[in-house]
Design a protein around this ligand. Sequence first.
Ligand code: C5P
Length: 403
Amino acid sequence: MATKSVLLIIGGGIAAYKSLELIRECAKRGIRTRAILTRAGAEFVTPLSVGSLTGEKCYTDLFDLTDEAEMGHIELSRAADLVVVAPATADLLSKPANGVAGDLASTALLATDKPVLFAPAMNVRMWAHPGVQRNVATLKEDGALFVGPNEGDMACGEYGAGRMAEPSEIADAVEAYFAASSDGRLKGRHVVVTAGPTHEPLDPVRYIANRSSGKQGYAIAAALAKLGARVTLVSGPTELPAPAGVDTVRVQTAREMMEATMSALPADAAICCAAVADYRPEIETNQKIKKERGGLSSIPLTENPDILRSISSLDVGRPGLVIGFAAETDDVLCNAEAKRKRKGCDWIIANDVSSGTGTMGGENNSVTVISEAGQESWENMPKARVADRLAAYIADALSKRAT
Ligand code: C5P
């Protein structure tokens, strides 16, 4: 499922050890890394540790005939979607700023046709030096991106600006770049999203509902719209405002949600995020049920239509990509995979809603994306980031199918 890749250039600074963690952070986000280690960088970390973490050969030498035969330095500099320099030493900043190339890293920096993200790391006085600041200004003018440096204690014992940004911050910057650069990727696509709970009335004042807040579904609708998709959001009752640029249809019951979703088709993708009530009261009375008149001792229920299964099993007009959610409390992945098969959808997003995880109604989500190809677990993150990443995956999947 993951397709984005980064060429990581590791320079010679003590922060090089953090670049090993950066490789892992990128992998967690589904981003592939290939690395170049400078001669000075190899004084701090070894090609073996870098290669083991990237799962790829670690490139070190411009004049290595075997490396050049396998992959030339020009191709290496262009194969990735983004070049990241971490740690970016004063030396590594000065070379591209002045059009100088003398080794594999600096040559790749001049030869690349991709944007470059620098994560500077150096002593506070070095960072403040006018020569370094001139180079940084030049690189920014040339379109380079920067993350950090941060202020704090330095390995050399001094305090100030010059600490390399943390690996998670650099990976966030990489991810943000990919999200921003993919704007418009869903232009011309129509996506239907269901979100929120449903309310199943018992009488004019009472209903059966669940704890779904709708936050994840609304965030997904917004993220898809950001990528240029035309989005129809079919929402059960929530407190949330309609996301900007999204056609929002508000409904109450599962049957209304089914009708609104089906009439929103055709679509390139359908994402069923709603916590649809599986059952509704068999009888809805027009008058409030009174305790004095015997009240209720039991509520006969009848099954609601299954929207996800209905869309997945459409013979004509099935969206190319149908995604369901599986909020589970136990044996999460096993139950979710069984649900994917039962419902007939392409992907299922599993999340653990056992007590204490705070997923339902909360701001964060821990999900695993399950498809025929396998499972991919994402770290716990804000629902908006789950949405951005999922939208990017949807854009990738749709781009591989015919329009
Ligand atoms: O409730 P359940 O665990 O079966 O939900 C799994 C998936 O099926 C979710 O994506 C949900 O939106 C969808 N669903 C549906 N219609 C139903 C029940 C569930 O679309 N009646």
